[in-house]
Design a binder for this molecule. Structure first.
Ligand SMILES: C[S@@+](CC[C@H](N)C(=O)[O-])C[C@H]1O[C@@H](n2cnc3c(N)ncnc32)[C@H](O)[C@@H]1O
Length: 186
């Protein structure tokens, strides 16, 4: 599978409000996120999904935002501050093969991995770390860019997720994306 790291300048484009016209975070996430939830945003970049998630989980919820690029995280923190959402957000700069989320065992209600899996060298390790954090029957939504990730590569991604304790339960439709909704299996 390809290994590409999203440049910071693309991070600015991805955080643009214009993107909402094709990928509206609230519409995409509404079926899975409720007030009070603890949510994990993996490869959050500058927070295109993290900030709407923070609004959706409300003041008693939390969004843990993980990215390996410090510049992405710093920009997300500034945006969260501007929107007065900092108290709902926990930012973490991680390493390429370690998300640094070992302290979250069985705590996460919902995890999002949007346009990040194809950038990760060891996706088995990625799914196994996410699995550890998710509560029983918690869910993980994986979306990959249709332009970068072939149908076959996406099938491989889903099968690696299944080998690491997830079960595919749905294939929601999101523009320009290949998508699977996964549930933690025991
Ligand atoms: C294409 S961007 C997608 C950003 C965001 N999810 C969105 O849809 O707007 C991918 C992000 O994943 C991050 N990333 C890549 N490899 C990663 C890894 N191994 N662990 C954590 N984050 C990673 C990149 O730094 C980048 O910010």
């Amino acid at each position: 599978m390809a290994e590409r790291l999203c440049p910071v300048w693309v991070g600015y484009l991805l955080a643009s409000p214009v993107r909402k016209l094709v990928q509206n975070p609230k519409k995409i996430l509404a079926p899975y996120v409720e007030e009070g939830m603890k949510v994990l945003d993996i490869g959050c970049a500058m927070g295109f999904f993290s900030l709407p998630l923070a609004k959706m989980v409300g003041s008693i919820g939390k969004v843990i935002c993980v990215d390996m690029q410090e510049k992405m995280i710093r920009s997300l923190e500034k945006r969260a501050q501007k929107e007065k959402l900092s108290s709902r957000i926990d930012t973490r700069i991680c390493h390429q093969n370690s998300l640094g989320i070992d302290d979250l065992k069985d705590e996460i209600d919902f995890a999002l991995a949007f346009a990040v899996v194809h950038e990760v060298p060891d996706i088995g390790a990625l799914f196994s770390q996410i699995w550890e954090t998710i509560k029983p029957a918690g869910r993980l939504l994986v979306a990959e860019p249709g332009g970068h990730v072939s149908e076959n590569d996406f099938k491989i991604t889903v099968s690696v997720a299944e080998q690491n304790g997830f079960q595919a339960v749905d294939s929601p439709r999101i523009s320009l994306s290949r998508v699977v909704l996964l549930e933690k299996k025991y």
